[in-house]
Design a protein around this ligand. Structure first.
Ligand code: GUN
Length: 282
């Protein structure tokens, strides 16, 4: 039976460490403020935004939110970002995704000052990650690395399979695992022999976006299985991309949904916010 990787506990541990750091920075007169922008009223986005603001409050940094109507133009959004880029009080800017269809997400991400891009989505930060230079790292994959490290699961020399190739999760995840000296395979929905490839993984990271897609037949005995997916089923219950009950008896360690990767994303966002407060980034 797999050991449970407790994202709730590990994220709480990280937030407590950050809270202490923020107190110390405050004593030096350094404070922080995260600007959170939401366009439209997608209910899932509203929950994420609320949780992000709560986390700021917990670790002791300010947040200010901009809730814009769904018909806000791209120009208006870019203007707000320019204003926040120039505002010395703001050191982190987050635009909740997805954006309404009439707005070009890439244009918006590129408009954010890279030194305030606490999501780590700006091409300058993505390039820095690829080159091994300092910069902000996308929060979900950074959270997965922390989950593994803090659970005593070494990545060095291991076969790591990442299922999913998004800019937010799959691609940065692969680069971060490489940085930990893992042997990395990136698979996705078009991969042939996906099952055989997954079955070779010592560490299997699943971000394919399909509910309960990965069952025990995809998992090597004793593997660590990290589930990045989050879905709501017909009974309004949360589940991941992994069939938890089926995989549990085979895996060596596994993350639950909820309470696995989800809370880690917010903890790592707070990590990036604290990083953005320090003079090195100002
Ligand atoms: N939408 C889904 N995940 C994320 C995230 O990590 N950051 C932002 N800004 N939007 C998201």
């Amino acid at each position: 039976m797999a050991n449970l990787i407790d994202g709730k506990r590990i994220s709480a541990e990280i937030k407590d460490e950050l809270k202490e750091k923020v107190e110390k920075l405050k004593q030096q007169g350094i404070t922080g403020c995260l600007a959170v922008i939401q366009v439209g009223d997608d209910p899932a986005s509203s929950v994420y935004v609320r949780n992000k603001k709560r986390a700021c409050e917990y670790i002791g940094i300010e947040s200010c939110s901009y809730e814009l109507s769904g018909d806000t133009s791209q120009e208006q959004l870019l203007e707000l970002i320019q204003k926040l880029n120039q505002d010395k009080k703001i050191n982190g800017i987050l635009v909740q995704l997805p954006l309404p269809g009439h707005i070009d997400e890439n244009k918006v991400i590129e408009a954010i000052d890279p030194t305030k891009d606490v999501d780590g989505f700006h091409p300058q930060n993505v390039g820095a990650l690829l080159s091994g230079l300092p910069g902000f790292v996308s929060c979900t994959p950074a959270g997965v690395i922390q989950l593994l490290k803090r659970s005593g699961i070494s990545m060095e020399g291991k076969n790591c399979v990442v299922v999913g190739r998004s800019n937010i999760v799959g691609k940065p995840m692969a680069v971060l695992m490489l940085r930990e000296n893992a042997t990395v395979t990136v698979a996705h929905s078009k991969t042939q022999n996906l099952k055989q490839i997954c079955k070779c993984a010592d560490i299997l990271i699943v971000a394919i976006g399909k509910p309960k897609y990965i069952d025990a037949s995809y998992v090597k005995e004793g593997a660590a299985v990290i589930d990045v997916g989050i879905h709501r089923n017909a009974e309004n219950k949360l589940c991941g991309d992994v069939d938890f009950e089926d995989v549990c008896p085979v895996a060596g360690a596994i993350t639950p949904v909820p309470g696995g990767v989800g809370p880690m994303t917010i903890a790592m966002l707070m990590h990036n916010c604290v990083e953005s407060m320090t003079a090195a980034r100002a």
